[in-house]
Design a protein around this ligand. Structure first.
Ligand code: NDP
Length: 395
């Protein structure tokens, strides 16, 4: 990274902007002055005094310094930092494109599947969908389609809404026994009369591609190899593929569910972040969130995380998926956003995360909704199925 060689990129922790500027290499300082836009950048750097310069630069544009002369790279860095707020109409954050990353993962997996197939192993996924929950049907369709794209064999089991716990246990036992099935996914929620915990416990941990089985939960918390829940794994993949540093960073996870919040916190901890987990009883939630270099929202409340929760320059991962159908709520979140308004008026609803769109003006990087964590969830399900097949075939 040429540009970074001209900055002193150690973390900047000072309270005022003078020391911030003193940490910039003299050559870079001159280049900044020569651009005559220094005051704006000075303010930006000062406002992000707790951020690591390297991360700010990376968040604001990954591509501009590749293959350029140092001076050109420096000048473009400065312009990018200034323009990011104006050119993009106030949107300062780098958008972490989950759809693109998911496509990359699928392509990588397709290549792995080919290699496995050449050795006589075709990864197989069985999806169990009980009843006719419309949202679940959409999710399952997506999973089956994604399997086909990657070259994974998939089969769908659709017991009726009236299926009993015992009947479902028998189905799971049969899938556990079958060699050509490497992954079993039971689509949640199950009908109320079914004992969901009993069903999930019955899935062979080696085929538990959702990573919900207590044995896989234990493997995760003791840092042993196992199958990791897909959405949390997707969050880590976004950070990794965006080259966002995790080790030593302050990470705050809002939400402590067994399937999202807790495993995300555990993965961040395993990656050496300093992790705080928040929930509905957390005091001074905005204050705690503002400590975060990496803020993960997994709450299930549309646009709850506003700019007051976010330290300037932080990376914000929005796991939430909420349908907004109320006009007043829509206006609170998307007033003036023509594209969203069109969707809202046509469909009567629009998908929003737990993070308010205004956070894009203060965050350094952010995942969009839709197109952020969601696509990664399915990609990681495919990855888990391939992983399960590889482990099984090595036995
Ligand atoms: P849960 O309802 O199981 O958990 C929500 C968590 O948020 C709980 O820990 C709860 O705290 C906490 N919470 C609720 N209200 C507040 C509040 N006012 N302040 C602080 N914390 C609060 O949800 P999930 O974990 O299953 O899902 C979270 C979100 O992620 C949802 O929007 C869901 O749709 C989405 N999701 C997205 C996926 C994707 O692929 N993108 C996959 C899975 C989920 P407490 O424990 O105290 O009640």
């Amino acid at each position: 990274m040429v540009v970074l060689s001209r900055f002193d990129c150690r973390g900047i922790n000072q309270q005022n902007w003078n020391p911030v500027l003193n940490r910039i290499h003299p050559a870079a300082f001159s280049a900044l002055q020569a651009r005559r836009i220094f005051p704006q950048d000075e303010r930006l750097l000062a406002s992000r005094a707790n951020q690591n310069v390297e991360q700010i630069l990376r968040n604001h544009d990954k591509s501009f310094y590749r293959g350029r002369r140092p001076e050109a790279a420096m000048n473009n860095t400065i312009e990018s930092l200034s323009n990011s707020r104006t050119v993009r109409g106030g949107m300062a954050a780098t958008i972490l494109d989950g759809s693109k990353m998911a496509a990359e993962i699928r392509a990588e997996l397709a290549a792995e599947v080919k290699v496995l197939a050449a050795s006589g192993v075709r990864p197989g996924l069985a999806v169990v969908l009980v009843g006719h929950d419309p949202a679940s049907e959409v999710y399952v369709r997506g999973k089956v389609k994604s399997s086909q794209e990657v070259g994974i064999y998939s089969e769908k089991h659709t017991p009726p809404e009236s299926a009993t716990t015992q009947e479902l246990l028998e189905l799971i036992a049969d899938l556990n026994r079958r060699d050509e099935i490497h992954g079993i996914l039971v689509q949640l929620p199950l009908p109320r009369h079914v004992d969901a915990k009993k069903i999930l416990l019955a899935v062979d941990p080696a085929k538990d591609v959702d990573g919900f089985h207590p044995m896989n939960v234990g493997f995760l918390s003791t840092q042993r190899p196992g199958l990791v829940p897909c959405t949390p794994a997707g969050v880590m993949e976004i950070l990794k593929r965006s080259a966002i540093p995790v080790a030593g960073q302050e990470a705050v996870v809002v939400g402590r569910s067994d399937i999202v919040g807790k495993p995300i916190a555990m993965l961040l901890l395993n990656a050496n972040a300093t992790v705080t987990v928040c929930h509905s009883k957390t005091r001074n939630l905005p204050g705690v969130c503002r400590r975060a270099d990496i803020l993960v929202a997994a709450i299930g409340r549309a646009g709850m995380i506003t700019r007051d929760y976010v330290k300037p320059g932080a990376t914000v991962i929005d796991v939430g998926m909420n349908q907004v159908t109320d006009r007043a709520e829509f206006d609170r979140l998307f007033a003036g956003n023509k594209k969203r308004e069109e969707i809202f008026l046509t469909k009567g609803a629009t998908l929003v995360g737990d993070v308010h769109p205004e956070v894009g003006e203060v965050a350094g990087a952010i995942t969009p909704v839709p197109g952020g964590v969601g696509p990664l969830t399915i990609a990681m399900l495919m990855a888990n199925t391939v992983k399960a097949a590889k482990i099984r075939s090595q036995k």
